[in-house]
Design a protein around this ligand. Structure first.
Ligand code: KIV
Length: 274
């Protein structure tokens, strides 16, 4: 017996076909409830390893584990119906060999039911991207600033701000596209470089701090909602939920302390005897 879902999700090939088309909208989510909201408006939901910073308070994404990504990836799949869900491969789960990458990516797909994985790195990861793509695993690349390399980079600095430093990043973009990735995140690179890469490669570029020249945009949901203590310069805040949440918590705490909550309308009465 075949089981067919009535709701059709976006697929990696559909996103690949959006090159030079309508801009691709992507946001992060790590939970079922935010995934349900993001799902109404976005083509792609990214279960980013930024969950290490946002949910767990780590300084970097380096401590994030495969188990964390699988747990939150599954939650996002349960909360969403339409968007393509892409789950980040965390640091240490794919760099050692293409076989290691396949085992980790296969676990992510099998255990979350998501539609694709994302991994960081350009030329050095091209063979791995090809290995996964040829074996049924859609891969999104991530070049420019690659936060998992913070310990070798030294800081989260924008990349390619002098024309002399463009070549390696252009090579990374080309290598990832030729290896079979269906799209590539381009993080924190200067606008003229983002434009040149977007014009040169055949797969959609999804910018974060990389200008409107890209084929789509991604932001961390909590950053654009005003829920993160520190946000990079390129984030536009579309909401300021931090103070609203704090006011709600303060109101509740005050009502409990002054016995105003629960009020009579929140209390069960006794059932009349029949
Ligand atoms: O982990 C993440 O949220 C990301 C985006 C910032 C692109 O990789």
């Amino acid at each position: 017996m075949s089981v067919q879902s009535t709701v059709k999700r976006r697929t990696a090939p559909e996103i690949r076909a959006r090159k030079n088309g309508e801009p691709i909208v992507m946001l992060t989510s790590y939970h079922a409830h935010t995934a349900a909201l993001v799902d109404r408006y976005c083509d792609i939901i990214l279960v980013g390893d930024s969950l290490g910073n946002v949910m767990h308070g780590f300084e970097t994404t380096v401590p994030v584990t495969l188990e964390m990504m699988i747990l939150q990836g599954h939650a996002v799949m349960r909360g969403s119906q339409h968007a393509l869900v892409v789950v980040d491969m965390p640091f240490g789960s794919y760099e050692a060999s293409k076989e290691q990458a396949f085992h980790s990516a296969a676990r992510i797909l099998k255990e979350t039911h998501c539609g694709a994985v994302k991994l960081e790195g350009g030329e050095r990861m091209a063979q791995t991207v090809a290995f996964l793509s040829e074996r049924g695993i859609p891969v999104m690349g991530h070049i420019g600033l690659t936060p998992q390399s913070i310990n070798t980079l030294g800081s989260f600095r924008a990349q390619g701000r002098e024309e002399g430093s463009w070549q390696p990043i252009e090579n990374d973009a080309r290598a990832i596209a030729q290896a079979g990735a269906f799209a590539v995140v381009v993080e924190a690179v200067a606008e003229p470089l983002a434009r040149k890469i977007t014009e040169t490669i055949e797969i959609p570029t999804i910018g974060i701090g990389a200008s409107v020249a890209c084929d789509g945009q991604v932001l961390v949901l909590e950053d654009m909602l005003g829920l993160s203590p520190r946000t990079p310069k390129f984030v536009r805040r579309y909401g300021n939920l931090g103070p609203m949440i704090e006011a709600a918590i303060a109101g509740y705490a005050s009502d409990v302390r002054t016995r105003k909550f629960p009020g009579p309308e929140h209390v069960y009465g006794m059932k009349a005897k029949s």
